[in-house]
Design a protein around this ligand. Structure first.
Ligand SMILES: Nc1ncnc2c1ncn2[C@@H]1O[C@H](COP(=O)(O)OP(=O)(O)O)[C@@H](O)[C@H]1O
Ligand SMILES: [Mg+2]
Length: 371
């Protein structure tokens, strides 16, 4: 078989294969580009999340993968077959792609039983096989006891599981999920997320899922594609994005960070708690230093702490962790307000002096933003 090599995330060429491939896909609405050269692959059995702020083009990308939207440029491949090609090329409609959908408004048919809802996508199956398959997917989502129930008799979480079963029933080779948990209240959401992850992994189906919630993406994804303004900013495992963000936007997106600035001297920048290396930045360059609150580890001061000292402004227990507001003097004699997040209950008194140890693995140095 002929193997073409295409560039998938702008960093490494990948051999196109099974699963979903988006190759340099672009789309615009009314002359405004909303998807701009997106390339990514979802390997068989893999779960990839499209993550990013509202309006960055996630849903449009998903709709292009589904065939609900025709890309203007680039191409979409499913299991080595081109299913969409920009500029008026081939376009296989969604119903002929063998993909399953689960969107935020996954409305079940209210007048149909659970059994008949799941049967919907299996209309053309022989009766005996259909029965067997419905039973199988209801077992998969743990709802086999509810086959004859009607949607109004089910909780929100149970309805969501039936919608998942309905989407999985025809045995799609790709599942497309758009904010599938956002209609559920927060406690139920955690539980349904967990069940959905297990069901998808057990079914072994490739999945592309849209979310704007970084924690949800980290919980669900094998890999995350973080988008901004129609482009993928970084594509990788959750640990890659969290621990090795390629730019400040990525570090920021995964939670609050302390932000200070400094000038590069001898390949390093100064912080109140020690020097950090500034790879790739020239001598004298302005640097933006991002320090996760978890990177500031506090312990009671033992005397004159000199450099590594900070004064407590306030302490708050947040549940599993505590947030300590600190006042720190920098090299120029100015006062910085920084946040430290400590595990468990850690509540030093106001005005107490703390010793600060810096976890350099949770600090990131970038060129300062201009303007
Ligand atoms: N059918 C449409 N017509 C015109 N503009 C659209 C349409 N769908 C989406 N957009 C615009 O395209 C941009 C990207 O939208 P979308 O892909 O839904 O983003 P996301 O899912 O990341 O929130 C937004 O600015 C949105 O307003
Ligand atoms: Mg969307």
């Amino acid at each position: 078989m002929k193997e073409t090599r295409i560039v998938l995330d702008g960093t490494a060429p990948v051999t196109e294969g099974e699963g979903l491939v988006l190759d340099d896909v672009g789309h615009s609405y009314g002359g405004r580009v909303v998807v701009d050269g997106v390339s990514l692959a979802v390997e068989p059995g893999e779960l990839v999340c499209l993550l990013g702020p509202s309006g960055c083009g996630k849903t449009t990308t998903l709709r292009i993968a589904a065939g609900l939207e025709r890309p203007e440029t680039g191409r979409v491949m499913l299991n080595r077959r081109v299913v969409s090609q920009g500029q008026g090329g081939v376009h296989i409609p969604p119903e002929d792609r063998n993909v399953g959908f689960l969107f935020q408004d996954y409305a079940l048919f209210p007048h149909l039983s659970v059994f008949d809802n799941v049967a919907f996508g299996l209309r053309h199956w022989p009766v005996a096989e259909r029965r067997q398959r419905i039973h199988e997917v209801l077992v998969q989502v743990g709802m086999e006891a509810y086959a004859s129930a009607y949607p109004h008799m089910l909780s929100g979480g149970q309805q969501q599981r039936i919608a998942l079963a309905r989407a999985l029933a025809p045995g799609p080779r790709l599942m497309l999920l758009d904010e599938p948990f956002s209609g559920l209240d927060s406690r139920l959401r955690d539980q349904v997320r967990d069940q959905t992850l297990h069901v998808l992994k057990e079914a072994g189906v490739s999945t592309l899922m849209v979310t704007h919630d970084p924690e949800e993406a980290m919980f669900m994804a094998d890999r995350i594609a973080l988008m901004r303004d129609g482009r993928i900013v970084q594509l990788g495992r959750p640990v890659d994005l969290y621990c090795n963000p390629v730019e400040a936007f990525v570090a920021n997106f995964f939670g609050e960070v302390n932000r200070i600035t400094g000038k590069v001297r001898g390949g390093e920048v100064e912080t109140p708690f020690g020097r950090l290396s500034a790879p790739g930045l020239g001598e004298g360059a302005e640097a933006e230093i991002l320090i996760r609150p978890e990177a500031l580890f506090l312990s009671p001061a033992e005397g004159d702490e000199g450099d590594g000292a900070a004064k407590v402004v306030a302490s708050r227990l947040l549940g599993r962790s505590s947030l300590v507001h600190l006042c720190v003097g920098d090299a120029q004699g100015a006062h910085l307000h920084l946040h430290s997040r400590m595990p468990g209950r850690f509540l030093p008194a106001e005005d107490e002096i703390m010793k600060v140890r810096l976890d350099r693995g949770q600090c990131f140095v970038f060129p300062a933003q201009k303007g």
